[in-house]
Unconditional design. Structure first.
Length: 411
């Protein structure tokens, strides 16, 4: 044979059998590999071309080789696909998105902004609000008191009825009037009132009557009993509080005089006797001084009482009584009167919570009494014999209603 040419030597039967077995084993191995790949990847088209393999004798053999046309794809199980999709959806929900709306040449961009963290400011604002409410409480209380104590104008005779008019749905109270004359007798509680009359003296008008105490103990006018005078047309002319500086002893009687005005003196034809509870007294509205205290001034003739209240409860009384020299016929009588009032002033000064003095003037003198209503006791006040001096915390409406019923002018 020529040099450089490959010689083809025929194989023996044993060599050919070994070669065939090797080829079959390679083909079997490749088919097994292809089957395993077919379980995870789809089938792809294959192109075969001969490649060189050498057998055990060094001879070249042609064996078909598979070449994939495209990349193999790994098939993902359905559960993993679903988990991946859910994660993507969560990312879409969490990540802020920009929504763009286009209207011709105008582009509007809506941007998602997370909620602001205001920190401590809401808590601070809450405490400021609470502090403001606490600071305003005194003013609120004052407004409430003004509302509760409003609606009454004070005048000398207080002709306004104390009870509101009845509605049509409520039964009207039947009123029985008493004729004003000396033969009329009225029983109220444990008292008997009779011998009614009227008197005018030194420019003053008085209602007079006899008070009989049927009880076995002294009567100190604890009950708030009022006598109302009416004319023939049932018009209220005046209202007087039944009281006297002196108590009525057990099973005894006193003759008392109550101040009335000219209209009542001239027009009285009948009267009523009634007990009025303090809760039924009309409310009042008072002006305040510079200390935010309510002030009520009541005066009659030469006497004046100034009542000071805090939240419409009595805290102090300033009382003055002017005595004129011209009221006495001679100097000796005036001097005796002055000496008596000096002694009275000294007695008042010994009581805890009361200060008193005599202020001299050219035309007379003034007895000035100042009472700390929070300090003085009720028994000490009662010992003074002046029922216009009230105990501490007395309601303003009580003082006003009763003082006007005594004939005082209050404002």
């Amino acid at each position: 044979m020529e040099q450089g040419k490959e010689e083809n030597t025929p194989l023996s039967k044993e060599e050919q059998k070994a070669t065939d077995m090797t080829t079959e084993q390679n083909v079997f191995t490749k088919e097994a590999d292809s089957k395993e790949q077919g379980q995870v990847t789809p089938k792809v088209e294959e192109n075969t071309k001969p490649i060189q393999e050498t057998n055990i004798f060094g001879q070249d053999l042609e064996t078909p080789v598979t070449e994939p046309k495209e990349e193999q794809k790994v098939e993902v199980p359905q559960e993993e696909k679903q988990t991946t999709l859910e994660k993507k959806e969560e990312q879409k929900q969490v990540e802020p998105q920009l929504n763009v709306e286009i209207n011709k040449d105008v582009q509007i961009v809506y941007e998602y902004k997370p909620k602001k963290d205001y920190g401590i400011w809401p808590i601070l604002a809450f405490f400021i609000l609470i502090a403001g409410i606490i600071f305003a409480l005194p003013s609120i209380q004052k407004l409430v008191n003004d509302y509760r104590n409003s609606g009454v104008s004070l005048n000398k005779n207080n002709n306004t009825p104390t009870t509101p008019p009845s509605s049509e749905d409520e039964p009207k109270e039947e009123v029985t009037y008493f004729d004003f004359n000396g033969d009329t007798t009225v029983s109220v509680n444990k008292l008997t009132l009779n011998n009614f009359s009227k008197r005018s003296e030194n420019g003053k008008n008085y209602l007079e009557l006899t008070v009989l105490n049927k009880d076995n103990k002294a009567y100190n006018y604890e009950d708030k009993i009022f006598i109302e005078l009416y004319n023939e047309n049932d018009t209220l002319l005046s209202r007087s509080l039944l009281e006297n500086s002196l108590s009525v002893a057990a099973s005894s009687s006193n003759r008392i005089s109550l101040l009335i005005d000219d209209a009542a003196y001239m027009g009285v034809a009948k009267f009523l006797v009634k007990t009025i509870e303090v809760n039924d007294y009309p409310q009042i509205n008072l002006a305040e001084n510079l200390k935010d205290q309510e002030v009520l001034t009541c005066s009659i003739d030469n006497k004046k009482n100034i009542y000071t209240f805090k939240d419409y409860k009595l805290v102090s009384i300033d009382s003055t009584l002017d005595i004129l020299k011209s009221s006495y016929l001679d100097a000796n009588t005036y001097a005796s009167t002055l000496a008596n009032y000096r002694q009275t002033s000294a007695t008042y000064g010994l009581i805890n919570g009361i200060s008193s003095s005599i202020v001299d003037a050219e035309d007379g003198f003034t007895l000035a009494i100042k009472i700390d209503s929070k300090t003085v006791t009720n028994s000490d006040l009662f010992s003074l014999g002046d029922r216009t001096l009230y105990e501490g915390d007395t309601l303003a409406k009580k003082v006003a209603f009763e003082m006007t019923s005594r004939g005082y002018t209050c404002n």
